[in-house]
Design a protein around this ligand. Structure first.
Ligand SMILES: [Zn+2]
Length: 393
C-alpha cells in the first residue's frame, strides 16, 4: 500500500482530542502519515516514520477538508436581480424559489450537470472535500428524480427535497392544492426519488410546509429507507426544531429563531444544529447566536446553503468568517463546526477529522494558523485541497 508522509506541519488540526490540544485536537510541528488514503500515523514531525513519498508543509497549517452538509446545487438560472432588490430594501420570502423552479424545469440534463460540476469545483477550491446537495427546484416527479440521478454521479450525500415549496400549479388551488401536492410528494415523487437519494428533507417554515405536513412527508421518507433532515426555524419561531428531535433527524438546519425549549431539545438529542451564515448574510436577516447552542452542549455545524436565492456562495472560509464575526463562534468552534460538525450532520465518522483511520481528505492552508480563516476574511488561504484518493495512486 502506498504511503505518504506530510511533515513540517506548523499546526495540525485533527479534531481528535486524544491526539492533540483543545477542541481542535491541535498539534504543533506535526506530521501525518497516510496509507491507502487513510490516516495511519499522527505525531511530532521529528518522529515521523519514513514513507514512499514525502510532502513538506513548510510550517503551514493542515486541517481536515470542510464538510458542507447543506447545499442546493441542482438548479438553472440565477436571481441576481432579486438579490439587488433585497439589498435595496425588499424582504426575503420562500416564494422566490418558484422563479428558480421555472428555470430548472426548462433546463436540459447537460445544463444542470454542468452547473453542478462548476459549483462542485468552486467548493473544492474553497477546501470542501464532501458536499451534500438537495433536489427541490424541479417539483414534478420527473424533474425531482432527474435532479437526484444527476447529483448522485457527483456525491453520495443526495437529499430529496420535493417539499421545498408548493409549486405554483398546486398553490393556485389553495388548501386542496397544497394537500394534493403533499400527497404527490409522499407517494409517486418519493418512489421516483428514492433510488437516487440518501436523505429526505422538508422546508418547514412560513410560506412553505407546516409541521404536520413535514412530519407526514418525513415519516413516508423514513418508511422508504431515507434518513430525515429538515429546514427549520429560518423565518420565524415554529415547530420544526422540535419535529427534528422527535424524528431523530440528523440535522435541523438554519435554527435562526430558537426558544429555550428548542435549545434544550437539541441539547438532549443526537440532532445537529446546522447554522447557515450565508443565508442571514444574503437576506440581511438577524443572525442566530451560536454561544447559546455551544453553552447548552448542542452539536453545531456550519454549511454554505449554496443556492441561487438566499446564499449564493460556495466558500466555507467566508462562512467561517461570518460565523465568527456575526454569530459569536470562536474561531476554533467555527473551524470544528465546518469540519467535524458537518460530518456529524451527515452522520459520518470517516470524515471531518484526521484521527487514525480517517479518510485523508485535507486542506493545506497558506497560513501557519487555522485562525487566519476568520482573521483574514475574503483572502484565499486554501493552498491545496486533497481527497483521500489523491494519495492512493
Ligand atoms: Zn437550504
Amino acid at each position: 500500500m502506498r504511503s505518504v508522509a506530510i511533515t513540517n506541519i506548523g499546526r495540525l488540526v485533527t479534531n481528535d482530542q486524544s491526539l492533540g490540544a483543545g477542541l481542535l485536537g491541535e498539534l504543533r510541528d506535526a506530521a501525518l502519515v497516510i496509507e491507502g488514503g487513510r490516516v495511519a500515523w499522527v505525531g511530532s514531525s521529528k518522529d515521523a516514520p519514513s514513507a514512499d513519498h514525502g510532502i513538506d508543509a513548510a510550517g503551514r497549517s493542515v486541517l481536515p477538508g470542510f464538510v458542507d452538509s447543506h447545499a442546493h446545487l441542482m438548479f438553472a438560472g440565477d436571481r441576481a436581480d432579486e438579490f439587488a432588490a433585497r439589498m435595496a430594501g425588499e424582504s426575503y420570502s420562500a416564494g422566490g424559489i418558484r422563479s428558480t423552479v421555472a428555470a430548472t424545469r426548462a433546463a436540459t440534463d447537460a445544463e444542470l450537470e454542468s452547473r453542478l460540476a462548476s459549483l462542485a469545483a468552486e467548493m473544492r477550491s474553497s477546501g470542501i472535500t464532501t458536499f451534500e446537495t438537495k433536489s427541490g427546484y424541479g417539483l414534478t416527479v420527473e424533474d425531482e428524480a432527474r435532479a437526484l440521478e444527476i447529483a448522485a454521479r457527483h456525491t453520495s450525500e443526495t437529499t430529496f427535497l420535493g417539499a421545498h415549496v408548493v409549486p405554483r400549479e398546486y398553490a393556485e388551488n389553495g388548501a386542496a392544492g397544497v394537500d394534493a401536492y403533499v400527497t404527490l410528494v409522499k407517494n409517486e415523487m418519493l418512489a421516483a426519488a428514492t433510488p437516487h437519494a440518501k436523505w429526505i428533507d422538508v422546508f418547514c417554515d412560513r410560506g412553505a410546509f407546516d409541521a404536520d405536513q413535514a412530519r407526514e412527508i418525513l415519516l413516508a421518507g423514513k418508511a422508504a429507507g431515507l434518513a430525515p433532515r429538515i429546514h427549520a426555524n429560518q423565518l420565524q419561531h415554529g415547530q420544526g426544531v422540535q419535529l427534528a428531535v422527535e424524528l431523530d433527524c440528523a440535522s435541523a438546519d438554519h435554527c435562526t429563531h430558537l426558544t429555550e425549549a428548542d435549545v434544550e431539545a437539541l441539547a438532549g438529542s443526537k440532532t445537529v444544529a446546522t447554522l447557515l451564515p450565508g443565508a442571514e448574510f444574503s437576506t440581511r436577516a438577524e443572525y442566530p447566536d451560536a454561544r447559546r447552542l455551544w453553552a447548552a452542549g448542542v452539536k453545531v455545524a456550519i454549511a454554505t446553503d449554496c443556492n441561487p436565492g438566499s446564499s449564493y456562495t460556495t466558500s466555507m472560509p467566508f462562512c467561517i468568517a461570518v460565523a465568527v464575526r456575526d454569530m459569536h463562534f470562536t474561531p476554533e468552534q467555527a473551524i470544528w463546526s465546518a469540519t467535524a460538525g458537518g460530518a456529524a450532520a451527515l452522520r459520518r465518522t470517516d470524515i471531518g477529522h484526521l484521527g487514525l483511520g480517517a479518510r485523508a481528505d485535507l486542506i493545506q492552508l497558506a497560513a501557519e494558523s487555522p485562525i487566519h480563516l476568520a482573521y483574514r476574511p475574503g483572502v484565499n488561504l486554501i493552498r491545496s485541497t486533497h481527497l483521500a484518493e489523491d494519495f492512493t495512486n
